[in-house]
Design a protein around this ligand. Structure first.
Ligand code: SF4
Ligand code: SF4
Length: 488
């Protein structure tokens, strides 16, 4: 977190300290829409309370004072037909991060001009829905590309309506060929005398299942699993953080804990100023939970994963905002510096201090593989192989630095050698040395692994290389001394 953001967070009146560490809103700003899709389930009869952009800006400034930078996901209806919607986005996008679900029927050229001040993926994402009953595929793709050309990140989804399901793979192909992130939303509700999503035929279900893991938007799988596989799940009374870290805002300003109109989940009205978030988790006894991202107490790891909080907690989509090369280099240098402190702590047998330093570093640089790698090395040394393997898997998802890739391969070799799989260990060492032939640590591990197989000559040769490259690695120097004493 940068200093400026930290200072801001220190001045927040009621900061959210429990997972996911930030407030998320879903704001159905109006249920009015210029389309009439066959599968639409929006309550168009519910009234919208229209207030000016200035009044909304004041309300959201107050929310910023109370809870800090929050994340607002607009939906409806069609949000862009709300009067002054572009101006509202620009006003709110100064302090909060925004995502808008839209049918993209608005004038994209005008929006690109109006939204220029917040045209940054770190602030604004457009989640557009392609509705084939109303717009041609190519026209829709052209609009998405127009927004993207203007720096407005735009993804696409489609509702899996049975009448056009067979076309979805070709729509997916057309989108992904243009590098447009694509997602399929299972249908919900009563249609053709069936209740969906349970009403899908086996063939449709199979296609949906395939799409859920093969489309470019990975959120699809969680949604599919919840809606299609567990869609009629009944739940028992449970303790939930929705209402504390999440609010569902309706077009008349009413706020509920989650996607319901049930009075038991009512939190007050945002326009009337009668609303506040809960300050602690609360029991929920609603008969059915429709939220696949419910923030259930005891499922914190899932909550953090579902809400992507590492990306959002600084008020920016920090992962998706590509850092500059200089920023990447500076980050690696900083973490490597801490790696040296870590070594000192380990040399002094202060494993608690070492783990604490690594945890701090992980929290500070959540998208960097180095802290995971350092910690996995500690685990391998301590014989916690399953934990080390898990961390290595996490680290493998980041590929920012060649140096770190070499480190990763070396540790994979070390882990396999420790588990007795010597051929695999040597394969990994070879990959590591291909990246950095002069890495004394990898040569040290090669020497140790040769010793396991009784190849003393190979061990001596590798240990000599290690010491030649860096005469200050005490373990390598001692190893070489022992080996040379053995063969003399
Ligand atoms: S665009 Fe969305 S809100 Fe509008 S009619 Fe279609 S499904 Fe309903
Ligand atoms: S219905 Fe689900 S998401 Fe809503 S408060 Fe209850 S448990 Fe949480």
């Amino acid at each position: 977190m940068n200093e400026e953001m930290k200072q801001k967070n220190d001045s927040i009146k009621f900061p959210r300290t429990q997972p996911p560490g930030r407030v998320y809103w879903c704001w159905d700003i109006s249920y009015e829409c210029n389309y009439r899709c066959s599968y639409c389930r929006v309550d168009t009869w519910r009234k919208t309370r229209y207030i000016s952009v200035d009044k909304w800006a004041k309300i959201w400034d107050k929310i910023y004072e109370n809870y800090g930078s929050t994340h607002i996901r607009f939906s409806g209806g069609e949000p862009f037909i709300y009067p002054g919607f572009n101006e509202l986005l620009v006003a709110l996008g100064q302090k909060h991060t925004l995502n808008v679900t839209t049918n993209l029927s608005f004038d994209v050229n005008e929006a690109a001009r109006a939204l220029a001040p917040i045209a940054d993926r770190a602030r604004l994402v457009i989640s557009s829905s392609y509705h084939p009953e109303h717009v041609k595929l190519q026209d829709f793709i052209d609009k998405v590309l127009r927004l993207k050309e203007n720096g407005i990140y735009t993804s696409v989804s489609i509702v899996a309506w049975p009448l056009f399901m067979k076309e979805i793979p070709s729509v997916k192909k057309a989108m992904e060929e243009k590098d447009i992130q694509f997602q399929v939303i299972p249908l919900g509700g009563q249609f053709f005398n069936k209740y969906y999503p349970q009403g899908y035929t086996d063939e449709e279900r199979e296609l949906l299942s395939w799409l859920s893991v093969n489309v470019s938007n990975k959120a699809s799988k969680d949604m599919f699993d919840f809606k299609v596989n567990e869609g009629d799940r009944k739940t028992k009374k449970r303790l939930c953080r929705m209402g504390m870290n999440f609010g569902m805002i309706r077009p008349n300003g009413d706020v509920f804990r989650c996607c319901t109109f049930d009075k038991r989940a009512y939190l007050g009205n945002m326009i009337d100023g009668t609303f506040s978030l809960l300050e602690k988790p609360a029991w929920c006894d609603l008969e059915q939970c429709f939220c696949y991202k419910a923030m259930i107490v005891g499922e914190e790891e899932k909550t953090e994963r579902d809400w992507n909080w590492e990306r959002h907690k600084t008020g920016l989509y920090s992962v998706e905002k590509k850092p500059t090369n200089e920023e990447i280099v500076a980050e690696y240098e900083e973490i490597k510096k801490r790696g040296k402190t870590l070594q000192v702590l380990l040399d002094n047998c202060d494993s608690d201090g070492a783990v604490k330093l690594l945890e701090q570093t992980m929290a500070e640089f959540p998208d960097n593989e180095l802290p995971y790698l350092y910690l996995s090395e500690i685990y391998i040394r301590a014989g916690f192989f399953a934990e080390a393997k898990e961390l290595l898997e996490k680290a493998s998802k980041f590929t920012n630095s060649e140096w770190a890739k070499g480190f990763y391969f070396r540790l994979c070799g070390y882990l396999h050698a420790s588990l007795g799989d010597i051929p695999a260990a040597f394969e990994y060492y070879a990959k590591s040395l291909k990246i950095s032939e002069d890495d004394p640590y990898t040569w040290f591990h090669v020497a140790k692994t040769h010793m396991k197989t009784g190849n003393i000559n190979g061990a001596v040769e590798a240990a000599r290389k290690s010491v030649l490259l860096n005469p200050h690695i005490t373990a390598a120097v001692d190893l070489l001394k022992d080996l040379e004493a053995d063969i003399s």
